[in-house]
Structure formats: C-alpha cells, structure tokens
Design a protein around this ligand. Structure first.
Ligand SMILES: NC(=O)c1ccc[n+]([C@@H]2O[C@H](COP(=O)([O-])OP(=O)(O)OC[C@H]3O[C@@H](n4cnc5c(N)ncnc54)[C@H](O)[C@@H]3O)[C@@H](O)[C@H]2O)c1
Length: 248
C-alpha cells in the first residue's frame, strides 16, 4: 500500500503497458481512473482492480472527451494527483517516402496532441487544486534511436520528450514533477503481431544487449517510482527501460 491513497489517472489503460500500470497503482492502494477510448477494455481492467478503480471513456485526441472524463473522475475520486500519459499507437509502419499522410496525422493526433490535451486539462486542474504531484509520460527509445519504418512514430515520441521537459519547467512552481519513461520493445497487444513472427522478433532481440524483449512488469516499477515522493527531486528526466538497446 502507498502511504496515502492518491487519485491516479492512466490513459490507454485498457491494454498493454497502461493496463499493467493501472493494476500496479491499484495494487499499491491508490484510486485508479482507467481511461481508454475502448470502453469495454477499460471496464474489464477496472473490474479486475476492484472498488478503487473507475473506468472512463476518453479519446485523448478529443478535447471535449478529455474534459468530460476528467470531470467524471474528479467527481468520484477528487482531483487527479498523478497522471500517466500512456495512450499511444504506431498505426502501422512504412518508409517515410511511402507512408500515407493519414497514418502520420493519426499517430501525431494520438501520441502528441493527445499527450498535450490531457496534460493541459489535468495540469490545469492540478495547478488549481494544489493537489498535483506528478505526471509520467510514456515515450519510446525510438525518440532517440531510429528504426526504418517507424519515423512517424519516433517523431511524435521525440516531441513528447520535448513536452515533458517544458512541462517539468513550467509546472515546477506548482510542485508538480513531470518525467518520462522510454521503453524499448515490450510484449503487449500492440507488438503481438511482430513478436509472433520469429524473424522479426529475432531481429529486435539481436539489438538488445540483455537479450530479451521487455514484459510490462519491467516498466511498472519505474512508473510508480517516478510518480512517488521517493522521486521528489527528479523532474524533466526521460529514463530508458530497454535492456541496453540505446548503448549499441
Ligand atoms: N509495446 C511496445 O513495444 C512499446 C515500446 C515503446 C513505447 N510504447 C508506448 O507505450 C504506450 C502503450 O503501448 P502498448 O504497447 O501498451 O499498446 P496497446 O495497443 O496494447 O495499448 C494502447 C491502449 O491505448 C488505447 N488508445 C489508443 N488510442 C487512444 C485514444 N485516442 N484515446 C485513448 N486511448 C487510446 C487503446 O485502446 C489501448 O487500450 C504507447 O504510448 C506506446 O507508444 C510501447
């Protein structure tokens, strides 16, 4: 159990990393808002966590949806104290010279504008309530290391890292810390098709000094740490969890 339960909002919490993060906060005794555009998935995750969880429908690309979901969450649990901006997608892939502009726009809307939308709405509430503690953004090592076919995705994550640093500077006066977690490849529903392909999986594994693809449980301790008062002097950092992939 954490010292005192906090109200924690996790976006994209219906699947993969977001789901594992929501469950970890729930296990630590916090009140968890399971926010996802996929309401059925959010309901299932919230039901698994129990009484201390609330599922809300939130499309991070749609400001009105974000405002409504945050209002619903606050009515039930009080103002948000910890935010995890996790919702994101790659939307497929392809070389930049062939990538459909629609894919670029979709990934930009979810990963970057979505992070901006939720940071703005929740950050404003955090500043006004005086209860805000921490924001953790889920980035990717792709922000710092290119992989052919993922340029559109990597550009959004590099921009998320820039938002992380600026938000950390701007919100410091309110006592709100803003950090990022940058995973390498992780086993989740997003990457399942890739991981099921032995050749593709082997190519990813060959890039990782520690020799394996991450599980979601490799990420959750860092997210909980960055959100906790133990990380009270850490802000504006983006920490990789990649088995050493950025070293090579
Ligand atoms: N899996 C990896 O290898 C990996 C690596 C680095 C970074 N990441 C990042 O981790 C985060 C989570 O990825 P994952 O692998 O768990 O993916 P996932 O597909 O398993 O889960 C993503 C969740 O986000 C939700 N979502 C999508 N669009 C949304 C929107 N507009 N509004 C609200 N929710 C929305 C989906 O419904 C889904 O529940 C993403 O930001 C991703 O870029 C993943």
């Amino acid at each position: 159990m954490s010292a005192a339960p906090r109200t924690v909002l996790v976006t994209g919490a219906g699947s993969g990393i977001g789901r594992a993060v929501a469950e970890a906060f729930g296990a630590a005794g916090d009140r968890v808002v399971v926010a996802d555009v996929n309401r059925a998935a959010a309901d299932e995750v919230a039901a698994g966590i129990g009484e201390a969880a609330l599922a809300v429908t939130m499309d991070v690309t749609d400001r009105a949806s974000v405002v409504a979901a945050v209002a619903e969450a606050s009515e039930r649990f009080g103002p948000v104290e910890v935010l995890v901006n996790n919702a994101g997608l790659a939307g497929g892939g392809g070389p930049l010279i062939d990538l459909p502009a629609e894919v670029f726009d979709l990934v930009l809307a979810v990963n970057l504008r979505g992070t901006f939308n939720v940071t703005q709405v929740v950050g404003r509430q955090m500043a006004d309530s005086g209860r805000g503690r921490a924001i953790v953004n889920v980035s990717s090592i792709g922000a710092r290391q290119p992989t052919p076919g993922l340029g559109h995705y990597e550009a959004t994550k590099a921009a998320v890292d820039a938002l992380t640093r600026t938000a950390a500077l701007e919100l410091a006066a309110h006592g709100i810390r803003v950090n990022g977690v940058a995973p390498g490849p992780v086993h989740t529903p997003m990457t399942a098709p890739l991981m099921d392909d032995a050749a593709a999986r082997g190519a990813w594994e060959a890039r990782i000094p520690l020799g394996r693809i991450a599980e979601t449980g490799d990420l959750t301790p860092l997210v909980l740490f960055l959100a906790s008062d133990q990380a009270r002097h850490i802000t504006g950092a983006v920490v990789q969890v990649d088995g050493g992939q950025l070293l090579v």
